[in-house]
Ligand binder design. Sequence first.
Ligand code: ARG
Length: 465
Amino acid sequence: MASLWGGRFTKETKEDAFSFNESLSFDKRLWREDIEGSIAHAKMLAKQLIIGKSDGEAICGALESIYIEIEEGTLQISGHFEDIHSFIETQLIQRIGDVGKKLHTGRSRNDQVAVDMKMYVRREITEIDSLLKELLRTILRLQEENLDIIMPGFTHLQKAQPVTLAHHLGAYFEMFKRDRERLFDAYRRLNVCPLGAGALAGTEFSIDREYTASLLHFSSPTLNSMDSVSDRDYCLELLSALSICIMHLSRFCEEIIIWNSNDYNYLELDDAYSTGSSIMPQKKNPDIAELIRGKTGRVYGNLFSLLTTLKGLPLAYNKDLQEDKECVFDACDTLKTCITLFTQMLDAIVFNEDVLKKSAEGGFINATDVADYLVTKGLSFRDAHEVTGKVVLECQKRGIVLSKLPLADYQAISDRFKGDLYQRISIEDCVRARESFGGPAKNAMKDIIKINKDYLEKTAIWEEN
Ligand code: ARG
């Protein structure tokens, strides 16, 4: 067995204690970051004359070949090693002997794992961001195609006021846009380099932390060595941003599930994203949407798990911190799969335009428009609301919608009603009239779509900052 700390020990770790302690089985995915971090550290050691120039070159060369071999699959990450750091360092020493043993000068696994995790989180944020961008592109395309498709807008899951499908989808566009911004915020805040903090108290060697920070594309080094090795705020920020993001996906899925139900029938899911029942031949179930909704729980779970792990930790490094990894890995993996599948599923949905429109015609959805009409005829809104309430009651008694009540009956309730009412409360006019900024009318929507198109054309938000 290869451990990095044999000197003061007289026996090997008990096998089950070793298994309990090891993290290689899951932190092996940090191999890229670990090698990149080590190369930067070795370059810095050589530049500062802490190790010889040729030693630095030998270390970097060997680390580069380890990188290539892992990438090509000729070197498997396995064996009896505590973690990825031990695995890579052992490989290095096996290849170049004693020179390899110089790499860990002025460094600890504590700052090493901190820098690895930060680089990993940065990479995940970039990947998740591009998936979100793809989702936003799909939503925007659907919006442009559905500017005229009228549907009910709901409050309390009851028909409230008519909107368009484009407008409803636009609400999700804004949510996922905020998710990208939250990820960007987390990225920007985490992007300071902990390498050089050592175990907790820095080092006596004359290291150049600015240099390693810039080699690894961090904006600057961290300012306190104890905080550097014990900070996992960025994992929590990532997990909260991902929790909010999957909550948005889950809400969208919930609507898709409702809209796909027999009685709503607002949309058809593509066969490729639904499943059948083993007993009921007629079934076509929205499993993908339900599973995304279901997976929200595990992402929240990861956030709470890590918050709880961190709450009682004294400074500085404690092994508890190793528990950050599976929470972060699982949440990132889950989000990437969910966003990808959701985007494909959404892209393939067929909306039943006639059903949406017909649904918007029921439920006295244009009652606010009757009241607004009365305001244009000189009533105060409060009085108009009262009068319209009476009209609704009358229609309810007769079992008819507002547009079917004869003018004479309207006028029996208020003499402000005139023949132009019917045009004004047609569902099309109700939507067309709502031209306020951010509203559902086609004219208003076009402005917003333009804003969001420009936004999507920008490169990744952090590339510009
Ligand atoms: N596997 C460890 C972790 O993820 C690496 C750091 C170990 N440091 C230590 N002092 N035991 O946190």
